[in-house]
Design a protein. Structure first.
Length: 466
């Protein structure tokens, strides 16, 4: 099945080195032959939003059919620092945007870099606003600092950052319109996307979305709105309508959804310093500590936020009908927003483990919410098209055609299923029988291949080479 050409047929597929070199009704021979009768051969799945470049995270994503996993919302600076835990031992491809939060921290803290282990780009503390890290979070940049932030971001793009990651809702108090203009002007100059977590208003207020769409139109920058359901909440259809209207008005805008009905972030996120119960329409009893699964009381929530602001939490505030509306929408990419998976001893939200199998097993096969081809488009072709101008490597991904990269996901459509739950997250998806990354088997006959680490870090190319 190939979403770009619409091919949906029984064919033999030949691979030479890293490339698809034959697709034919005729018999073809090779050094090795794999019989996948009755299964679906698809382009490798591309996850544009995942925060877990770790050995466990990559293992789970491979089991979920993912061949390329990208950190585009938060990003990284330096860009090459992304994936430090899997260097030379990557099962699947990986890459990152240029992280605005990290770049801002470098400027506002006098040159200090964020720890690579922190997905939010800095080890935020609550020890006072004169601290360098806290300045990056709270203090509005002056004109000279804005210029330095812009130069640092540009350096990240020249390092190969795939777009600019903008965690706006996390540092909402610090980033004014002048700084946003620097970011979007730079993205327009480099013809690269801004991946933005928009400012979140009270339970469905579209103001944050409207502000970003207006800025994208004024600058000509391409923009990608992260996890739309988690920003729109009860107004998912209104938000999607505004995005589509902006697109008709000439704005180059895309968006995504993750197929789970909870949010996952750190308890120290800026939104929890605001009237978060009103924003999300939930109470502390609706929030879990991700590592243990325990639900909070008001007292335990406040204490954890004070004493351990980097603790990952799960807040249950979405409804299935909101998620389904975006999963069904043909122009909405599906991603995972998976949080770091470091150890089997600690629980994590399940989306980084089972999002793609959930799409194909639950929403396609069981519920018939959308067709298999439409679903595959959301996780192969559409992500590739989003990225291919900034990172031409993606022109050869997301398609099952002669000449394309041999990143291939093979799965049994009658078996594929997500197994991870909030209570028992450490359960791999089932149904992916073979996974090839850069022409090498990572999964073969349902088993992980020991010592198979063909994944590569993907970088954007210089503007002159696009």
């Amino acid at each position: 099945m190939d979403p770009e050409t619409g091919m949906d047929a029984v064919r033999n597929v030949g691979i030479t080195d890293r490339t698809i070199t034959a697709i034919s009704v005729d018999d073809i021979s090779g050094v090795e032959t794999i019989d996948v009768t009755g299964q679906i051969i698809a382009p490798g799945f591309i996850d544009v939003h995942n925060h877990s470049p770790s050995p466990l995270g990559q293992m789970y994503q491979a089991r979920d059919g993912v061949t390329t996993s990208l950190e585009l919302e938060a990003g990284s600076y330096p860009v090459a620092a992304h994936g430090s835990y899997i260097r030379r031992k990557a099962r699947i491809n990986y890459g990152a945007s240029t992280g605005h939060t990290q770049a801002r921290m470098v400027v506002m803290s006098g040159g200090n870099h964020a720890g690579t282990q922190n997905i939010l780009g800095a080890t935020w503390t609550n020890i006072g606003k004169d601290n360098g890290e806290a300045r990056a979070r709270y203090v509005i940049a002056n004109a000279d600092e804005r210029q330095d932030i812009g130069r640092t971001l540009e350096d990240g793009l020249l390092q190969g950052g795939i777009g600019i990651g903008l965690l706006l809702d996390y540092i909402s108090d610090a980033v004014n319109e002048d700084e946003l203009r620097v970011i979007f002007d730079l993205a327009a100059q480099y013809q690269t996307p801004v991946f933005v977590h928009i400012r979140r208003g009270v339970a469905g207020d579209p103001t944050g979305l409207e502000d970003i769409l207006s800025l994208a139109k004024a600058t000509g920058a391409k923009v990608h709105i992260c996890h739309l359901s988690h920003n729109a909440m009860k107004n998912v259809l209104l938000f999607l309508e505004k995005i589509r209207a902006a697109r008709k008005d000439g704005v180059d805008v895309t968006t995504e959804v993750l197929p789970y009905n909870a949010g996952s972030t750190s308890i120290g996120a800026a939104v929890f310093g605001r009237d978060w119960q009103k924003i999300f329409d939930i109470k502390p009893e609706d929030v879990q500590l991700a590592s243990t699964g325990a639900y909070f009381t008001k007292e335990s929530f406040d204490q954890t936020r004070r004493d351990n602001p980097n603790a990952a939490i799960i807040h249950h505030y979405l409804k299935e009908e909101w998620t389904r509306a975006l999963v069904a929408a043909p122009d909405v990419i599906l991603s995972s927003d998976g949080l770091p998976v470091i150890s089997l001893d600690k629980k994590v939200p399940p989306q980084g483990i089972g999002s793609f199998a959930k799409l194909l097993g639950s929403y396609v096969r069981d519920e018939k919410l959308l067709s298999m081809m439409a679903a595959l488009s959301k996780i192969t072709l559409q992500p590739a098209r989003l990225l291919e101008k900034a990172a031409p490597a993606f022109r050869l991904k997301g398609r099952l055609q002669i000449g394309m990269d041999a990143d291939i996901t093979i799965f049994d459509p009658f078996v594929i299923k997500d197994m991870a739950t909030y209570d028992k997250p450490h359960q791999s998806s089932i149904g992916v029988t073979h996974l090839l990354v850069n022409g090498r088997f990572v999964i073969k006959n349902g088993d992980l291949e020991d010592g198979a680490f063909p994944g590569r870090q993907i970088f954007a190319s210089p503007l002159s080479k696009r």
